[in-house]
Design a binder for this molecule. Structure first.
Ligand code: F0G
Length: 350
């Protein structure tokens, strides 16, 4: 049967009137085994990447957005708003326009990757750049959403979390069981909470027989959950997770505790190194924030955290093409040569 998106696949979990289903056939993303990264670092584990960058707008946000925008449509509102570090705004813009609706997105000025800004713009969102950070933008949209004609589609909208649980469902279906560990970057903390809830639902329904340990990573300069207090001026190269006061803080702590996992910080240097390594060893280009989970795997492995053959899934939350500037910064620069074969051959050191 033709794949037609998450709402139709998981109809029993994501109920909505058929006339309001707004989908771009999101979900059904590949689970790719790591080969060379595991080899190079002699990791004792089986490591899989969940390639969320292969969703229609290039990030995991589409899983929750299809449902949140469909439910907004069903309820009769035609304007959706969100604050965003980039990916949520790209997704909201695409789904809104698909449903004949208007998106209004509030983003921190100069602090979102260019690819993401271009997505919100080309899909016709009304884009508001605030002189402030994500946390301030979120406060603004919460107030805007007090207007009954408007629906908030940040992850404090429970339909977003319901949709994002499908990431866990797909992993269990692909592996035939839950993994031993689920590693994931943490920003506003919706995704770690959604995955944990998704695994729990599948356990309750007998689709798996165990639960993974949830292991989350914040960037060291934006690590409120690790520090135990909000960060007023969050900073990190991983702009997607530059968040100082996560909305789903309590749910993330519950996921950490109940699953016997942990939430820790990785430095920008560690994030950029993992970002380069996954691209250069395993051939997959994710965005810097996504690589926080891989940086976390490397750090945990170094400390002897894993047992032999344990199964680890890393969510690679967004596509690298959204943020080419950082890719260019960490890579070998192009050679400037005359248009002659010898000039190329010379550099190849054959
Ligand atoms: N990775 C990427 C690529 C993201 O865009 C985000 C969040 C996260 C990880 C963290 O997920 O917030 O559920 O803990 N991006 C949001 C946005 C904040 O506005 O696009 P989270």
């Amino acid at each position: 049967m033709l794949y037609s998106g998450l709402i139709r696949k998981y109809r029993q979990y994501l109920p909505v009137a058929e006339a309001s289903v707004i989908t771009l056939n999101e979900g059904n993303t590949p689970l790719l085994p790591s080969i060379r990264l595991v080899e190079k670092f002699k990791l004792p584990i089986r490591l899989y990447y969940k390639l969320e960058g292969l969703n229609p707008t290039g990030s995991f946000k589409d899983r929750g957005m299809t449902y949140a925008v469909s439910k907004a449509h069903e309820s009769g509102t035609r304007v959706v708003v969100c604050a965003s570090t980039g990916n949520t705004s790209a997704s909201a813009a695409a789904y809104a326009t698909r449903g004949g609706m208007q998106a209004a997105v509030v983003i921190p000025q100069g602090k979102i990757a260019f690819g993401k800004l271009s997505q919100a713009m080309i899909h016709g969102a009304k884009v508001f750049q605030v002189k402030g950070n994500f946390d301030q933008a979120l406060e603004v949209v919460k107030q805007v959403a007090a207007n009954p004609k408007v629906t908030l589609v940040n992850s404090i909208n429970p339909y977003r979390i319901e949709g994002q649980k499908t990431g866990a469902y797909e992993i269990v279906e692909a592996l035939g069981e839950a993994p031993d560990y689920h590693f994931i970057p943490v920003g506003n903390a919706g995704n770690i909470s959604a995955y944990w809830a998704g695994y729990q639902r599948y356990l309750e329904e007998g689709r798996c027989t165990k639960l993974p340990k949830m292991v989350g990573f914040q960037a060291a300069g934006s690590a409120p959950i690790v520090l135990g207090h909000p960060v007023e001026h969050p900073e990190t190269v991983a702009s997607a997770i530059r968040i100082g006061n996560p909305a789903s803080w309590k749910m993330a702590l519950a996921a950490e505790k109940e699953s016997h996992g942990f939430i820790a910080a990785v430095t920008d240097a560690e994030i950029l190194e993992a970002f380069r390594l996954v691209a250069q060893l395993d051939g997959y280009f994710c965005e810097p924030a996504s690589a926080a989970s891989i940086a976390g795997v490397l750090k945990a492995a170094e400390k002897g955290y894993f047992k032999k053959d344990e199964l680890v899934v890393c969510t690679l939350t967004g596509h690298g093409l959204k943020d080419p500037d950082n890719a260019i910064k960490v890579s070998e620069p192009p050679f400037e040569v005359e248009p002659r074969a010898e000039a190329v051959l010379e550099k190849l050191n054959l």
